[in-house]
Design a protein around this ligand. Sequence first.
Ligand SMILES: [Zn+2]
Ligand SMILES: [Zn+2]
Length: 393
Amino acid sequence: MSSKDWIEKDFYAVLGVDKAASADDVKKAYRKLARESHPDHNPGDPKAEERFKAASEAYNVLSDSGRRREYDEMRSLFGSGAFRRNARGGAQPGGMPFDVSDMFGGGGAGDRRFGGAGFQDLFSSIFSGGQAGGQAAPRGPARGRDVETEVALDFGDAVRGVTLPLTLRAPGVCDTCNGNGAKPGTQPRTCQVCHGAGVTTRNQGSFSFSEPCRNCQGVGTVVEEKCPECHGSGGVTKTRTMNVRFPAGVADGQRIRLAGRGEPGERGGPAGDLFVHVKVRPDELFGRTGDDLTLAVPVTFAEAVLGTDLRVPTLDGAVTLRVPPGTPSGRVLRARGKGVVRRDGQAGDLLVTLDVVVPARLSDEARTALESFAEQSPPAAREHLDARVRRVS
Ligand SMILES: [Zn+2]
Ligand SMILES: [Zn+2]
């Protein structure tokens, strides 16, 4: 028995006792039930056998104070009945992706029929009918799987928001055979080895172990004439295309969750979610820091010294920026509201970094003018460095 069973089974109800029942009351209730339902007193009555097994299972946990405490904690932690089985056989509390079998080291068994060894195996040796290990849990609605995909957006699309068609390839049920893998007009045959149970039982001493049937791979049926579409697997790769809206300002590395856009559920269960990992392609001009766009603008020494009006591009147009006289290299100018428009309608800014460029070559005229400027201009303020140089040399 796996720990998952603890969450799904109400041992108190099985024994017909209150949750606060004393150890003595638990024992009395169990003895009464065991006497009434014991297989020796009810030969050939499968319902009595079920009751007896359930009572023994419940008593085994509730009679041990340590295990009873564990059971109570688990039930209060996850809430009885709050679990939905997902397509992998795990369970889902409150919609968060969560696999109980991972948590309890169960190894993620695909079907609880094959879950941890325990009571079922013990009972299948007590009741040599051979069916005990093979009873499948009732298969209720199953939530569809979550799907993950990756999308690369252009820089501008990510800033402005964009709707894109997204094509997803995912395993689905073959329509030709409705997933049973058999050629249309034929039916899968019940497996002769396990008689449809999907498990076989192996005896070892006083114990017996259940394992997936090798003849049918645990399915319980065997396909003789295979479906031409899926070659007997019952599954095909299906392509789905849907339009996905990426909100303005979506950032590189962000993960967008689209509830209910994953794989459809089974037997009336809800669909899974679609998670889209967003990659944003870099722009050749603009960078981005949060809601602000960034842009580097080269200016000449003369422009920085004398001041100028700069016409610079924004993502959707152009804007004029005033460079005041005496602006140092590296100064950042701000074009308000020309950044990323957020969902609340507010926008970030365009941050323009001025980059004073030094010409590698000069015309004769420019050189003469610059030499004349050098003679007239005050020296650079590096007296503090000169003082240090004098001290160390
Ligand atoms: Zn089989
Ligand atoms: Zn098929």
